[in-house]
Design a binder for this molecule. Structure first.
Ligand SMILES: Cc1ncc(COP(=O)(O)O)c(C=O)c1O
Length: 338
């Protein structure tokens, strides 16, 4: 039994009992195995290292109120990873194999799932890489799919806390018809420089505009943009935004609550008219944004610097309630581990 301080886990990698690892060779995936060694033996010429054949996912497992363990919307992550695989010329992992792999690795790491009531979860990180040697620019002949798990703490111990966001016109995240809509490792390399600069300048998140015209809002480096305008849930429509499972979930809950939802281009000039703005993603569900800075322009969101706006507060608690089994799961999003 690991000795973990559940209340202060934060979000950092910790070794666990095992990860699960599969190899694709000669056109087929093997049956996979649980591996306790947290290191890979990889060819120094692996295509993941040289040519960026690397895709990942992120999702969570919760210990619920009834004591059962459930994973949130794993089919959605399986399908997104399949799209990323096709786009980067890697063999897609079939949904059934993806779900079975989660089940096996979580069962081997039950001790690492934070107890119900701590606000924590077990973070699941599926990774697909070209592991075969490939010296000319071409797809590899061998691939590795693995899932690592690591316990994650409650991000909002004192309630949802708004953050300040910055837009830098000198950096773009993804080009139109590039790879912004899939979860490929290179997208994150593209955002690291701006992200570290933003943090140093006092902005926990940076917001990207469309790379072609810099007139429309796209998304944050690791989360989608969502806003509330006159009671309408609004999120950008763009071919270079990652389709977020959380955003999709929040949209459905908004519809269930009777709110209109608009997925459409969001002009930068429109930001000043929003009542609430937030970033959304698996890691923390909703991060309220209080201020957006672009050069000398400062947009202060009416929900203010100290608290989340009422709509996102409600949506946040609804998602968490479903994830921890406190509210009915009417869309069958939660899959029990057994
Ligand atoms: C670029 C980007 N946008 C949005 C998201 C949020 O997606 P999800 O809600 O599926 O975690 C993520 C995180 O996966 C991301 O990396």
């Amino acid at each position: 039994m690991p000795q973990l301080d559940w209340a202060n886990l934060g979000f950092q990698y910790r070794d666990t009992n095992s990860h699960i690892e599969f190899t694709w060779r000669d056109g087929a995936w093997d049956a996979g195995r649980l591996v306790s060694d947290p290191y890979l033996k990889l060819s120094i010429a692996a295509s993941a290292l040289h040519y960026g054949q690397a895709a990942f996912e992120g999702l969570k497992v919760f210990r619920c109120k009834d004591g059962k363990v459930r994973v949130f919307r794993p089919q959605a992550n399986a399908e997104r990873m399949q799209r990323t695989a096709v786009r980067t010329y890697m063999p897609p992992v079939p949904t059934e194999m993806f779900l079975d792999a989660i089940n096996r690795v979580v069962l081997d790491n039950l001790d690492y799932i934070p107890p119900y009531g701590t606000g924590g979860s077990l973070y699941i990180r599926p990774l697909l890489i070209g592991s075969g040697a490939q010296i000319g620019v071409a797809p590899a002949h061998e691939y590795t799919f693995l899932i690592l798990v690591t316990p994650a703490g409650n991000y909002y111990k004192g309630g949802l806390k708004p953050v300040k966001a910055i837009i830098y016109d000198e950096y773009d995240r993804a080009a139109p018809h590039g790879m912004g809509d899939v979860k490929v490792a290179g997208n994150y390399a593209a955002s690291l420089f701006a992200h570290e600069r933003a943090k140093k300048e006092g902005f926990p998140v940076e917001l990207y505009l469309d790379a072609k015209t810099h007139t429309c809002v796209e998304e944050f480096a690791t989360s989608n943009f969502i806003g509330i305008k006159k009671g309408v849930y609004v999120t950008p429509d763009s071919c270079s935004v990652l389709p977020s499972v959380t955003n999709n979930t929040l949209k459905q809950i908004a519809v269930d609550l009777g709110m209109p939802v608009e997925t459409r281009p969001v002009h930068f000039d429109e930001l000043k008219d929003f009542d609430e703005i937030a970033a959304c993603g698996t890691a923390v569900v909703v991060t309220p944004v209080s201020t957006i800075v672009r050069g000398s322009t400062v947009i202060n969101v009416p929900s203010g610097p100290d608290a989340c706006g009422p709509v996102f507060e409600k949506l946040f608690h609804t998602v968490q309630g479903i994830q921890y089994g406190e509210l009915p799961d009417q869309h069958n999003w939660c899959v029990e581990i057994k």
